[in-house]
Design a protein around this ligand. Structure first.
Ligand SMILES: Nc1ncnc2c1ncn2[C@@H]1O[C@H](COP(=O)(O)OP(=O)(O)OP(=O)(O)O)[C@@H](O)[C@H]1O
Length: 326
């Protein structure tokens, strides 16, 4: 697990990370999202001891990175894939890392095989494509067989095959119980990969909740209903509106678009009233739509107020509370 407590980083006047408090748990892939400059890389750098917090702390399995004797056995990271000596071979690069962390050289060949670089392992890394650098970075992260993995934009520069490979790899690492924390600007890919989402804006936490809840509770998601019992629709609408916090529109005779209720709730209400349904389906927002709405608000109103002031906010706030309890 990764634990952040009031984690804050200031660069002069700039507050890059602003009081982040959250737990990034094992057994699932946690996606880390935020606009450019939101503070994602700075957060990851502080977790990895590359930057010192101005306030607060970041712990890995309950301990700060700086207290670890062999850090890469506890946490593997891919931050800047190109940050290595270009004249060194992929194997040489990993062997040096393995040696300084008490890891057997046989593990180097194992991880090179895992990332598909075994055949080019003795070539100078300087001649590598961006995708090959990314694979080498992933190999470095896996070298110490750590329980916690941090990937900053791991699919950057990868072809569709490589993107899929990363997705399957991180999902299998999480399935083994490991903590996987990864950032990406590719929303469609993140939607396929992550179980949990942490979204920040201007260094502040905007959301920390399961992907499914984020999408289902978005004001952009809805339930579509079609009934032949047109005359009964006003009664059904009245029942749906009874508990408040719902938006019901009727775009055509016998059709409803309901926002703020689940398909189960709408189906049950119709059943109780004896209204026949010929169509009942959830129309889920995409992660990209929800993300754009959420972060646009944060930009417009400032991050702190945004989640309690807008349409998305009710859902987000509730979910954030639920996420914290989970
Ligand atoms: N070494 C530094 N000195 C001064 N300001 C910095 C430094 N590193 C980051 N910042 C600032 O801190 C803020 C957060 O930057 P950071 O790189 O963490 O954001 P990010 O979410 O990773 O962005 P991106 O998606 O563009 O990679 C930005 O305003 C950035 O300019």
């Amino acid at each position: 697990m990764i634990t952040l407590r009031e984690l804050t980083k200031r660069y002069g006047e700039t507050v890059a990370v602003d009081g982040l408090t959250l737990d990034i748990k094992g057994g699932r892939v946690t996606g880390f999202l935020g606009p450019n400059g939101a503070g994602k890389s700075t957060t990851m750098r502080m977790i990895l001891g590359l930057d010192h917090p101005s306030e607060g702390e970041a712990l890995i399995s309950g301990r700060p990175y700086s207290s670890m004797r062999h850090p890469i056995r506890e946490v593997g990271a891919l931050l800047d894939a190109k940050a290595l000596h270009p004249a060194r071979s992929a194997r040489g690069h990993l062997v040096a890392q393995a040696r300084s962390n008490g890891i057997a050289p046989s593990r180097v060949d194992e991880v090179l095989e895992m990332v598909g670089l075994a055949k080019v392992a003795r070539r100078a890394a300087g001649a590598f494509s961006l995708g090959m650098y990314q694979r080498l970075g992933v190999a470095g992260a896996l070298l110490g067989d750590p329980q916690v993995l941090i990937f900053d934009e791991p699919v950057n520069g990868l072809d569709p095959d490589g993107v899929r490979w990363v997705r399957e790899l991180v999902r299998s690492l999480a399935a083994e119980g490991r903590t996987v924390f990864l950032s990406s600007h590719l929303m469609s890919e993140m939607q396929l990969t992550a179980d949990q989402l942490v979204i920040i804006g201007r260094g502040k936490l905007l959301a920390d909740l399961p992907m499914a809840d984020l999408l289902a509770n978005s004001s952009l998601s809805s339930v579509r209903v079609r009934t032949p019992d047109v005359a009964d629709l006003p009664t059904l609408i009245g029942r749906l509106r009874r508990d408040g916090d719902v938006n019901v529109e009727s775009p055509a005779a016998g059709e409803l678009i309901v926002k703020g209720r689940t398909v189960e709730q709408v189906g049950d209400a119709a059943h109780r009233l004896g209204v026949r349904l010929h169509e009942l389906r959830a129309v889920s927002a995409s992660l990209e739509q929800v993300y754009m709405e959420l972060t646009a608000q944060s930009v417009e109103y400032g991050t702190g107020e945004a989640v309690s002031g807008g349409r998305v906010s009710g859902g987000i706030d509730n979910q954030r509370t639920q996420g914290a309890e989970a």
